[in-house]
Design a protein around this ligand. Structure first.
Ligand SMILES: C[S@@+](CC[C@H](N)C(=O)[O-])C[C@H]1O[C@@H](n2cnc3c(N)ncnc32)[C@H](O)[C@@H]1O
Length: 176
């Protein structure tokens, strides 16, 4: 499912606030959040999108074309972890947005944190999981993965973190 309009506006604003030029999105689907990030990029900026679905992202490709954003978005169809591992190990990413398979979040985080520059942002969506993370009766794989992810992020002193309890929960972490 895609993020809502208000969250999209927040993504655009955060991207602008840090004058992001280089951004990475993990989980693109039909391209809405990628458009919100791409719109906020500074002149000459680019967004790398990671997704496994050629079918859903084809809708995104058409939307990027219509919106005049296609020239600043690169899409890689592959498991996101493979794409992230192939990126240079330099801290030159300004903004990363994680919104794909929940059990993968911790591994995406591990690859992204060292590649985000000091002052850059890491964002992770759905961290409240409709409140299920706080329900001790719920122990499915997605909920457990998000609980573990939230604990890991809270203990990670490479970042300072706020969890926005709006939308479905959005982690906003600033790289120290
Ligand atoms: C919630 S949707 C992304 C929504 C999008 N960020 C938006 O708000 O417009 C999750 C996406 O993650 C993708 N995905 C799932 N597992 C993946 C993986 N291992 N690697 C890359 N993408 C994956 C799915 O194909 C799906 O398109």
């Amino acid at each position: 499912m895609q993020i809502g309009d208000d969250q999209g506006q927040l993504l655009t604003m955060l991207t602008r606030l840090i004058s992001a030029r280089r951004a990475v999105e993990v989980g693109t689907f039909t391209g809405y959040s990628s458009m919100c990030i791409a719109r906020g990029l500074a002149e000459g900026g680019s967004l790398l999108c990671c997704d496994v679905s050629a079918e859903w992202t084809e809708i995104g490709r058409r939307a990027w074309e219509s919106a005049g954003l296609a020239d600043r978005i690169e899409l890689r169809i592959a498991p996101a972890l493979d794409t992230l591992r192939d990126l240079p190990k330099t801290a030159d990413i300004d903004l990363a947005f994680i919104d794909a398979d929940k059990p993968g979040y911790a591994a995406y985080w591990a690859e992204l944190v060292p590649r985000v520059r000091p002052g850059g942002l890491l964002l992770a969506d759905n961290v409240l999981w409709s409140g299920r993370i706080a329900d001790p009766e719920v122990a499915d794989a997605n909920t457990t993965a998000l609980r573990d992810f939230n604990d890991m992020v809270a203990a990670d002193d490479r970042v300072e973190t706020v969890v926005l309890t709006a939308f479905d929960g959005l982690t906003i972490a600033r790289r120290r």
